[in-house]
Design a protein around this ligand. Structure first.
Ligand code: EPU
Length: 412
């Protein structure tokens, strides 16, 4: 298991450029299955979750080529539809292939995918949605769904990001119109729909509660990835935690607004430009209460990085996690480093301390791992963070980018 060694106590200064969005590219990679012609994804981040999606595409029969940071997917040679469980279990994003394969072949294998341990992460909304579209569980193999799908109205019990994306993909291959009500509104969903529209699909309402999809497979598409709002939030929290003066390039500030507002309430000075922000931070105070919620609320993915940034903020900060049932694994690592936190179910009360100290901690999930690095940047002494593999799922060149800002971070 690879680790990171972080020598804390250095302010961050300089410029960091944000990569393409992980959570936008994963459903797009699954979407390529639907296209009749090759697709180009420009600015595709090189991450282990992207490698896992590429391995699924290669297994299905697609041809893949990297041209620097651009990824070409030629789906014309795809013949298989039955993804082995060993590939599905490598990441949560593998679930998107179910909707796409159902749309293209009228059959798919839908089993519990892998992904970060954030509590119960069932796939019942995905299964119920595909069933409403006409898919039926195979009597011989309960992992397999079959049938011709046709458009219908689906009401999601909760605005699930993944279920919205999966059902959009299925809807593209269904006959007639599919309407998804109580859809998630995350920017990654609009990015997926832009990609499908670039291939000629007819989709409207993405980014709102009601998404309408007219059936019809796309031809080819060539699209630039949107910036990763969670990578940007992570670097903003890192600069807030360590202190300093950092320019974060290639961002969509509107996508980051709730995170930036909390950092401003905590005392950071933030200048917003068209695709860039500048963040200056010295001493922080508590921003009050933070409640995670679906977009445009405070993102659950920024909960751990923000908590890390506020460990030394004067006063008490309350954080309620409402999206996932068990996403507070990072707290024990923070306490190990000298933080003072009370946890009551999904509510954390962070009492700011004047100093954190180094130690040895273990990442258990992607954002929790990045948050441990953020805490370590502000700690006295050296911190060893085991479980670098979790961080590499979602952050491209994390160590290099931190070092370019003046942090002392190395792989061990
Ligand atoms: N849920 C169900 N049944 C379902 C689907 C979801 O009960 O069939 C519940 C979940 O258990 C959770 C809530 O609904 O409590 C929200 O889950 P959602 O489906 O919205 O999340 P997801 O699609 O599994 C994506 C991101 C996550 C991000 C969440 C919320 C990808 C690949 N993953 O997950 O990203 O936290 O949306 O914004 O897009 C990360 O990047 O670190 C990450 C975990």
């Amino acid at each position: 298991m690879q680790s990171l060694l972080v020598d804390g106590g250095r302010k961050l200064n300089g410029t960091v450029r944000i990569s393409g969005s992980k959570n936008a590219v994963l459903p797009m990679l699954a979407a390529t299955v639907l296209f009749k012609e090759p697709c180009c994804i420009r600015g595709c981040p090189k991450l282990t979750d992207v490698d896992a999606a590429i391995d699924i595409l290669k297994y299905l029969g697609a041809e893949i080529q990297w041209y620097d940071g651009d990824l070409m997917v030629d789906p014309r040679s795809i013949r298989k539809w039955d993804i082995p469980d060993s590939l599905t279990r490598r990441m949560r994003g593998s679930v998107f292939f179910a909707g796409a394969l159902m749309a293209r072949f009228g059959k798919c294998r839908l089993v519990q995918p892998g992904g970060c341990p954030l509590g119960k992460r069932p796939i019942n909304f995905h299964v119920d949605g595909l069933t409403a579209l006409g898919a039926r569980q195979d009597s011989d193999d309960p992992g397999v769904y079959l049938g011709e799908i046709s458009g219908t109205e689906i009401m999601l019990p909760y605005p699930s990001v993944g279920a919205t994306e999966n059902l959009i993909l299925a809807g593209v291959g269904a006959s007639g119109e599919t309407v998804i009500r109580n859809a998630a509104k995350e920017p990654e969903i609009e990015c997926l729909c832009d990609f499908l529209r670039a291939g000629g699909c007819c989709i409207s309402g993405d980014g709102s509660e009601i998404v309408r999809i007219k059936g019809g497979l796309p031809s080819g598409a060539d699209m630039q990835m949107i910036p990763d709002r969670m990578e940007a939030a992570t670097f903003a929290c890192a600069a807030a935690s360590a202190g300093g003066d950092v320019i974060i390039e290639h961002v969509n500030t509107a996508h980051l607004e709730t995170v930036l507002q909390v950092l401003e309430r905590a005392g950071c000075r933030i200048d917003r430009f068209e695709h860039t922000i500048r963040l200056r931070s010295d001493r922080l105070h508590s921003p009050g209460t933070i409640i995670t919620a679906p977009y445009p609320g405070f993102p659950t993915d920024a909960q751990a990085p923000m908590m890390a940034a506020l460990l030394r903020a004067q006063g008490t900060t309350t954080i309620y996690e409402t999206v996932f049932s068990d996403r507070m694994h990072h707290i024990s690592a923070f306490v190990e480093m000298g933080a003072k936190i009370e946890l009551n179910k999904n509510s954390a009360y962070i009492h700011g301390v004047s100093e954190l100290h180094g130690g040895a901690v273990t990442a258990q999930d992607l954002r929790g791992g990045a948050a441990m690095v953020i805490a370590a940047l502000a700690a006295n002494g050296t911190t060893t963070i085991h479980g670098l593999n979790h961080i590499q799922r979602g952050y491209e060149d994390f160590t290099l980018k931190l070092c370019a800002l003046g942090a002392k971070v190395q792989k061990a």
